[in-house]
Structure formats: structure tokens, C-alpha cells
Design a protein around this ligand. Sequence first.
Ligand code: F0G
Length: 481
Amino acid sequence: MTVKFYSGEKIPLEMHKVRIIQKLNLLPVEERLKAMKEAGFNTFLLQNKDVFLDMLTDSGVNAMSDRQQAAMLEADDSYAGSASFTRLEKTIQEIFRKKYFLPAHQGRACENILSTTFVRPGTYVPMNYHFTTTHAHITKNGGKVVEVFTDEALKLNSDHPFKGNIDIKKLINLIQEVGAENIPFVRMEAGTNLIGGQPFSLENLREVRKVCDEYGIKLVLDASLLQDNLYFIKQREDECQNMTIREITWQISDLCDIIYFSARKLGFARGGGIITDSEEDMRAMREYVTLYEGFLTYGGMSVREIEAIAIGLEETMDEEMINQGPLFIEYMTNELLKKGVPVVTPPGGLGCHINAMEFLPHVPQHEYPAGALAAAIYIASGVRGMERGTMSEARDENGVENLANMELVRLAVPRRVFTLSQIQYVIDRVSWLYENRHIIEGLKYVDEPKVLRFFVGKLDALSDWPERLVEKFRADFGDSL
Ligand code: F0G
């Protein structure tokens, strides 16, 4: 049941109230330009004090509930055998119906453990789509990431409800080509991050499982964005409409051998972990937990976060606690579409994704259109988004740019953090920018690290376009911030 407005307007309605607030600061446009230059045109390097709405990521910045905050006060601080850990372990066993839980300090730590345990030089890891840190860990261990997405996945505008599905034929072809013995696991990513937070269907996961069974390959789920994927399965998949979120979670979990997650996303806190029913796999991975993360009853997490994750996971089973993100993203996407702004459709989870290639057709990919647009959005609004395109890719071994499949600017909507008027402000400023898109030009790296360059690399504008953008802003907005 949803609330309908008498006016007929489709507006998402928050089923929670705000009880703790943080004051925000919006700098004048000239100071925003200065801050962007100091940050080397890299939104990761902006200081949060200079940011009005932080839409960089949903990672570790989702709003917590009163129950999470209360649980944090009760945390049991002990190195070994903490009662907080036992509570989290029990919650996980109930939600995922699996025996073993290995804690880790965040999602990529789980990827390190998984890759170190299972990936060997010369092996292949098929997946619906890669995530940056996943790719880095698999290749560091000598494996090769092979994406077996469907033809819909890369269509930026589509009405396909499950663009995160795996193409079963491509998966089988790959297995036959390289041999099942050279595939340590198939990886399915919930709420496929880099293609716009797009979900997979339960039906597709079931088909992937069948293939894995036939060839004796493990199926690993990256559940970091599971909450959005669960919501979309419930909304979009016929067979699941009368199922509870908990029942859908059970079905998903039963199909997977290993599940790992970043609790900076799933669970609305900060941490991570690996879940499995296999004692053998658990034992193989366990030694790396104690080596890299910490003792088995905290794994690098603070006990307070462990308590918050336990409650956060339990709350994830409540549709009204997980629907705010997807509903706000749907609203933002639809409103931007009405103004002609090219955005990824159907609306996914995690955030609203702007198609920079279409927004800035005059900026070639090697001049980082998505990076330039993210910088321009900050200058125009104080809103911090994230480049998800060529700037985030690594060069190949010969130093040649790896042009990304998509040039996206992600405006993440951390769950339950922003109000609808703040979302309307973003829509307004992005629409203004779209009308002035001809001003925006490209960027070039001036300081380019070799590994995960997008995090700390610095860039510069290829002309004085940022100054011209500020001039136009002043002309159109007068003395407005
Ligand atoms: N897997 C997925 C699908 C993710 O989105 C992330 C993180 C990770 C793994 C790694 O988890 O950050 O806890 O180490 N995504 C963040 C983002 C960084 O902004 O999208 P982590």
C-alpha cells in the first residue's frame, strides 16, 4: 500500500522523521570555483565544509535510525568474544540462513580476502559488471574480470527492469571456452553500481545458479547494494509481489555459496563481512581475516558499528525503511527527464546518473566529460557528485586510456539524508547547467597515480571554461548563492 496525493501528483513521502540535524553551508559561486581548483577538479578532494549537498556516495553516510544509535551505546567492548559480535552473527544467520560470518572492516577488505583465497594467475571471474575495487583485487591476484552482461546493460535509456542480469549464453560460452576449472567463482553484484544502480532479477539469479551447479562453480554475491535490489525485485518481478523482503532475501541467499557486503551501504553503518554455509570455504578465508582485518569477533570494525549493522540489517527487511532511496531517485530522474536532461533509465538505486556523453557531446572521452560535468555541477550548485567514466578507469599496460563504456556523473542519494526541497534544488541547478552546457569543456590529468587514480589524482581545465561558467551563473542568478 502506498500513499496517494489527492492532487494526483507523484511525490515520494518519507515514512520517518528527522530528529538529529547537521547544519549545511553553501558557498558563493566564486568560492566554489576556488575550492574546485584547489581540489584539482576532482570531487573526491573537496573539503566537506565547502560542500552543500554531498552526493559523492552513499558509502558510510546513510542516515541511521534511533534504534541503531541506541544500540551503539550498549556495545560490548572486548577484543575476543564480544556480545556485540554474537548479536550481529545471529542476525546474519537469521536473515541469510547461513551458518558462518567472517567480519571485515569494509567491502573491499572482503574482496581482498575472497580474491586472495580463490583467484589464481590465469583464472577468469565472470560477473554481471565489475566494481572498481573488485576489479583491482581480482587483477592484483592475477585473475581476469570478464563481464557477461546482457545487451540491455549498457543501454542508458531502456525500460528493462533488470539491466543488472547476467547473459546466461555468454556465461556458458565463457565457461566452455576457458574451462570451469579456471573459474574460481561467478560474481553477481546486487544493484549493479557502475551501470546506474541497476538490479538483477531473482529469476536470473536462479538461472545463473543452474549453470554454476552444472559446471561445479561457486556463486558469489556482492550484496553491498542488496537493499535497493530487494526493493526493485519486490516492485518489478511478478512472482515476488506477494513475498516479504525477508522471503526474497532468503531465496537470494539460498542460491549463493558466498555473500559479501560493504556495511557502509547494506546495514546503514560502517563495516563489512563474508557469509557462507561452507565450512571449507570459511576455513580457507578465515586465516586472512586474522591476518589482514583483526580477530574473528570484530574484523577491523568498532563494536559500536557492529551493533548498528545488526539493527540496520534487521531494518533492511522493512520495505518502508529501504524504499526512500529508490523513490527519491525515481523522482529526481523523472523530473530531470522532463527538462530534457539525459539521465540513465529506468531509475536505479544508489543515485541518479547523468549521461555525460550526451550532456556534453562536444567533449571527447579522453578529456573526461563525466569528470568535467561533475566539476561543473559543483561550481553551479555546491553539490558534490562522482565521476563514473574514463577518469575512473585505469590505463592499459602501454599507458593507453581505457575508454569507459559509459560516462556517468553519479549524484548519490544517501538513504534518508536529504529532503525533497534539497532534491528540487539539485534538479534546478542541473537543469540550468544543461541549458548552458556549451560552456563546459574537458579536463586533463596533471597528477596521475597508477592505482585507482580517480581517488587522489589532480586535473586541470583545458581552457578558462570554469571562469566563464561562473560569469554566466552571476548573470543569470544575480546575487543568489
Ligand atoms: N562492492 C560494491 C558494489 C560497492 O559499491 C562498493 C563500494 C564495494 C564493493 C566496496 O566497498 O567501499 O566498503 O570497501 N562502493 C562505494 C561507492 C565506494 O561509492 O559506490 P567498500
